[in-house]
Design a protein. Structure first.
Length: 151
């Protein structure tokens, strides 16, 4: 895959705006391990290799178990995720796939059981941020940074 353009270099103000949103999310108080699961799941749905490589690496560095990373696409069937994580993953999927039935009431109610109102808003900002990063990386074909990658 050949990168198309360097969006960060061509539009540094846009990059700064995205970074400001990400900084807000990072300071929101939501658990960093939860945020990494959200980033990975949205990136899986969107097919963003760059973000997948980055956030799987970040999750591992934070001590995330390999089994949980491998089973994330099948989180509903794997008994490895807390109720809070399950609610966040369902919310992530619904917001990422918003054109597929919008965000169902059942998903909202499940999320409200696990997250306070502000936490849910912050979780939504987290989903918005990773979807934005995914779209930039995919649109401009930013290659993933992986060890031993073939040229």
């Amino acid at each position: 895959m050949t990168a198309r353009v360097d969006a960060n270099r061509l539009a540094p103000e846009g990059r700064q705006a995205m970074a400001a949103l990400q900084a807000y999310v990072n300071r929101s108080g939501l658990e960093s391990a939860l945020l990494e699961l959200v980033k990975i799941r949205a990136s899986q749905i969107n097919g963003c290799a760059f973000c997948l490589a980055m956030h799987v690496r970040d999750a591992r560095a934070q001590g995330e178990r390999e089994e949980r990373l491998h089973l994330l696409p099948a989180w509903r069937e794997a008994p490895l995720y807390t109720a809070r994580e399950q609610a966040a993953l369902a919310w992530t999927e619904a917001v990422t796939l918003v054109t597929d039935g919008h965000v169902p009431d059942a998903v909202y109610e499940a999320a409200r059981q696990e997250f306070g109102e502000k936490e849910l808003v912050d979780l939504t900002y987290a989903v918005v941020a990773i979807n934005g990063w995914n779209r930039l990386a995919i649109a401009f074909r930013k290659p993933p940074e992986v060890a031993g990658a073939a040229a």
